[in-house]
Design a protein around this ligand. Structure first.
Ligand SMILES: [Zn+2]
Length: 384
């Protein structure tokens, strides 16, 4: 957490007003449906590739033309400055999301934090959020520098993905599990990972999500990037070469940034379905094996629950409580707690609990996904 402070965005509010009146000003003259847009449709997912430029206020106004029947939007932005979401407006001009409203103790989307040069935002997140409806939506994307100031005139590559699916009880998520260099040749790693993927599928099945995993071997460095410093060009190439526009990539390596105790990290909350430098969940098989290089049954369980947890982040889920016990998710059915003992008692079996809860013999099974947590996952555009 701990996003940078941004200078006040004066023109953002004005832009909304002007757009409502159909006037120019801060408003870009181009919208969706530009002649250069590339559109592809794959089953119930429509993908539009376009671009926009931030204006004098450091905000690009992206017009998203939502068709009838489309229920979720996943917007991916890539630029050579930090990108974050400023606001979302529905077709009647109502601002249904504003970054500052979610900068406090409760977390709705990681997209408000200007932490990388790529960013994904999914809408809606919860049942309580404004549902998509047909018409032109506007998403304000801020371009900021490392000091937290808005930067003007930054070109942004955009991918808009719209899914048509209003069934929040059943979905299929496709995952590409990619082994870093050499690991696909290690029988212990392969057997442990395949068994863990079965545990992951079992945890998700209870939430109405069918996992469809495929495996591939790569020449990626087994010391994986932490994602905190922008991911890597290798991740982007791998996602472009082997991933598709409707799958989530999970990379298995020896470690994440040489950190012994990091089980895994998600490239965003939520992450993207298209190729960016952070287009992956990165997982350390060594940490999940308990450091001894072999998978006991308990290790496989923990590894599988780690996979479900990290890809849960990727689909937009936060920890129900952070391990500082003073930040919570925005969901109503994950109890609020304020200390280790209370949180472990109330939420220790939740799949999104921030750490495994273990005594000297074993760890708790962490396979509970609440109805609202399942709803967030089902609203992710990659849950088809
Ligand atoms: Zn986590």
């Amino acid at each position: 957490m701990g996003g940078k402070e941004r200078a006040a965005g004066r023109c953002g509010a004005t832009a909304a007003l002007l757009m409502g009146l159909g006037l120019a000003g801060c408003v870009p003259t181009e919208g969706s449906g530009k002649s250069g847009d590339q559109v592809s449709v794959d089953g119930s997912l429509r993908t539009v590739r376009t671009n926009e430029t931030s204006q004098n206020d450091g905000i690009a106004v992206v017009a998203v033309d939502v068709n009838a029947g489309e229920t979720s939007l996943l917007l991916t932005a890539q630029a050579d400055q930090l990108v974050s979401v400023e606001y979302i407006e529905d077709p009647s001009g109502d601002r249904v999301f504003y970054w500052e409203d979610w900068y406090g103790d409760y977390s709705l989307t990681g997209a408000i934090f200007p932490e990388a040069r790529d960013m994904a935002v999914n809408w809606p997140v919860r049942a309580a959020d404004a549902p998509l409806q047909a018409g032109i939506w506007y998403v304000g994307i801020a371009t900021t520098n490392n000091n937290g100031y808005y930067v003007n005139n930054v070109d942004i590559d955009l991918t808009l993905q719209l899914k048509s699916d209003d069934d929040t009880s059943r979905a299929t998520v496709r995952a590409l599990v990619a082994y870093a260099d050499g690991l696909a040749d290690d029988p212990e790693v392969v057997a442990g990972t395949e068994a863990a993927v079965e545990r992951w599928a079992e945890v998700w099945a209870a939430a109405g999500i069918t996992l469809e995993a495929r495996f591939t071997s790569t020449d990626l460095d087994p010391v994986l990037p932490t994602m905190y410093d922008g991911g890597s060009a290798e991740i982007r190439s791998l996602a472009a070469d082997e991933g598709e526009d409707n799958d989530v990539m999970v990379v298995i390596g020896d470690s994440v940034g040489n950190q012994r105790n990091t089980y895994g990290i998600s490239g965003g909350i939520p992450g993207t379905l298209v190729a960016t430098k952070r287009a992956a969940v990165v997982i350390s098989w060594v940490a999940n094996a308990g450091g001894d290089g072999t998978f006991e049954d308990a290790d496989v369980q923990l590894y599988g629950e780690t996979l479900a947890h990290e890809v849960g982040h990727y689909m937009g889920l936060f920890h129900p409580v952070e391990s500082s016990y003073d930040y919570w998710d925005a969901l109503d059915d994950t109890p609020e707690c304020t200390n280790a003992r209370g949180c472990e008692n109330n939420l220790g079996e939740n799949n999104m609990f921030p750490y495994p809860v273990c005594d000297f013999r074993s760890c708790l099974a962490q396979d509970v996904i609440t109805d609202e947590q399942a709803g967030v996952s089902h609203r992710y555009a990659g849950a088809l």
